[in-house]
Design a protein around this ligand. Structure first.
Ligand code: SAM
Length: 246
């Protein structure tokens, strides 16, 4: 059977396309894209004339079956999303899962991802991190998620829309504390790229005025190590009880 290539495309700057991505997109029989109109423009830029078919969250199930038939008939396919790496907070994993189950080879053509780009320039710990995708749109849901994340000892990454930034920062301040470190990566690789780094309180101040525009990744620094609960004496007694010294 053919191969399904999962191909990363740029997150803004069209130069962030790999040579291999261009070649693979030229050579495959069909490209499955989230938004064919959006992707046609991208492909035109690189002179790629391969036909496009839509593949998005609303037609995933039905399309996956069709695409697997084509792959099993020997055609090769590429999967792309609107920007960055498919399947990372983007549609695709169901198709990949079904390909693997059907014995179809799936190959990565790696490249840009907003998540990794933001982590690479924020200056926060990245030896381990937690990615939680988009925060819920409504404050109540967002606060519930933040409650679960407030003691996280790893950097926590979110995707966020510009019109919700201020409200999300306020919820983060209320639940995780104003002194927590945060980075806001905006419009990465584009003309108005900006990386804000500071405390949550400073971020609130920085974005207090005016409309925030563009695409954003938020990175919340790790929580400070948990403090002992009681007095030193009580804490020692607790540690003593926990440790089998006999
Ligand atoms: N799969 C994509 C990836 O690998 O980057 C992410 C898809 S997700 C639906 C889109 C979100 O990624 C945006 O809402 C924004 O949070 C983030 N994003 C995409 N491009 C960005 C950029 N140039 N700068 C900052 N964030 C970006």
């Amino acid at each position: 059977s053919g191969i399904l290539y999962v191909v990363a495309t740029p997150i803004g700057n069209l130069e962030d396309m790999t040579y291999r991505a261009v070649r693979v997109l030229q050579e495959v029989d069909l490209i499955a894209a989230e938004d064919t109109r959006h992707s046609r423009k991208l492909l035109e830029h690189y002179g790629i004339k391969t036909p496009l078919i839509s593949y998005h969250e609303h037609n995933e199930e039905q399309r996956a079956a069709q695409l697997i038939e084509k792959l099993q008939a020997g055609q090769s396919l590429a999967l792309i999303s609107d920007a960055g790496t498919p399947c990372i907070a983007d549609p695709g994993y169901r198709l990949v899962f079904r390909c693997r189950a059907a014995g179809v080879t799936v190959a990565a053509v790696p490249g840009a991802s907003a998540l990794i780009a933001a982590l690479s320039i924020a200056g926060l710990p990245t030896d381990a991190f937690r990615f939680v995708g988009f925060l819920p749109a409504k404050s109540h849901g967002r606060r519930q998620v933040l409650e679960q994340l407030k003691d996280e000892q790893q950097t926590v990454a979110f995707y966020e829309g510009p019109h919700r930034l201020q409200a999300s920062l306020q919820d983060i301040a209320d639940i995780c504390g104003e002194d927590r470190l945060i980075s806001v990566a905006r419009e990465l690789t584009k003309r108005h790229e900006e990386l804000f780094g500071g405390t949550v309180a400073e971020a609130l101040e920085h974005y207090a005025e005016g409309k925030v525009k563009g695409e954003l990744v938020l990175l919340l620094g790790p929580a400070p190590p948990r403090k002992p609960q009681g007095t030193v004496k009580e804490e020692l007694a607790r540690l003593h009880a926990e440790t089998d010294l006999t």
